[in-house]
Ligand binder design. Structure first.
Ligand code: A2P
Length: 281
């Protein structure tokens, strides 16, 4: 049993592999296809995409070409954050399904509580309207789970107020030093599974001296420490890489960080600041 086979059980009973492969910022279609194919070949069974990433077609093709039964792969995609209307949400889901070329998604998320050009805008009414569309999609069986992304506590509370199906997932920006504990605690109480995009802070964390020190003690890479930390927090990491070697490295996290080192890592902050030596990508 490797860490790639470990799964969370979502509130509706659906298993979701704990580690997923993230495809944000893989815009080139050949690169997205190759990276997804490499991830599947090395054992990842959870792939995360979004309509706005522009790679749903490559991801879907790699899933179809893999020869792996569809039932064994957990595929997530997301509704563009700008859409806050019931009918537009249904129409966008159809575009995603036609582009990705699969008969169902395992999980469909609202990409953000507000449009990216207007972060923080109160879209509670729009999100509730979209959520009723998500509930209909879920009832149809074409998305086995539904959820949200980038939602803070008030955004979640607005959806929970009056919904008939609760969000099963909240995908948030999460890495050592940026753990949004108030969101995670709320989600835990509401049985909403948290998943982590940018678990490596998009590469900005990799030169952090304290994490490098921990990595040296365990004989692991900084990336492996970062991903293992997220797993031990009961959050599902979605590391992105375009290198087959790093994709494999990121899957190799069957070790345990001890409690004192978890405490040390818990105390770090500002881990994504470039002052630690710059970005990896
Ligand atoms: P690359 O695609 O060239 O491997 P995140 O998952 O937080 O978004 O981070 C992704 C960034 O981290 C990308 O720039 C990726 O570059 C880099 N990266 C992913 N895995 C590793 C690794 N194991 N070692 C070093 N850099 C990595």
């Amino acid at each position: 049993m490797t860490v790639l086979q470990d799964a969370f059980t979502l509130s509706n009973g659906l298993p979701m592999p704990k580690v997923g492969f993230g495809t944000w910022q893989i815009t080139d279609s050949a690169e997205a296809y190759d990276a997804t194919a490499a991830a599947l070949a090395c054992g990842y069974r959870h792939i995360d995409t979004a309509r706005v990433y522009g790679n749903e077609d490559s991801v879907g093709r790699a899933v179809r070409d893999s020869g792996i039964p569809r039932s064994e792969i957990f595929v997530t995609s997301k509704l563009p954050a700008e859409i806050k209307d019931h009918d537009e949400a249904l129409a966008s889901f159809e575009v995603t399904m036609a582009t990705i070329g699969l008969d169902h998604l395992d999980c469909y998320l609202i990409h953000a509580p507000w449009p990216w050009h207007d972060i923080g805008r109160d879209c509670a009414a729009g999100n509730k309207a979209v959520w009723t569309a998500f509930e209909a999609i879920h009832r149809s069986g074409r998305a086995k789970a539904i959820g949200v992304s980038n939602f803070d506590v008030p955004d979640l509370a607005a959806i929970l107020d009056g919904c008939s199906v609760k969000p099963m997932v909240n995908q948030i920006r999460y890495f050592i030093g940026h753990t949004q504990d108030h969101v995670v605690d709320f989600c835990r109480r509401e049985d909403i599974q948290v998943t982590a995009y940018s678990p490596l802070a998009t590469g900005k964390i990799l030169n952090h001296p304290d994490i490098q020190g921990v990595a040296q003690r365990y004989g692991k890479s900084v990336a492996q420490i970062c991903l293992r930390y997220v797993i031990q927090k009961d959050v599902g990491p979605l590391p992105k890489s375009t290198s087959a070697q790093r994709i494999r490295e990121n899957a190799d996290t069957d070790f345990e960080i001890d409690a004192s080192d978890m405490n040390l890592l818990d105390r770090l902050s500002d881990t994504d600041k470039a002052r630690h030596g710059g970005e990896a990508s």
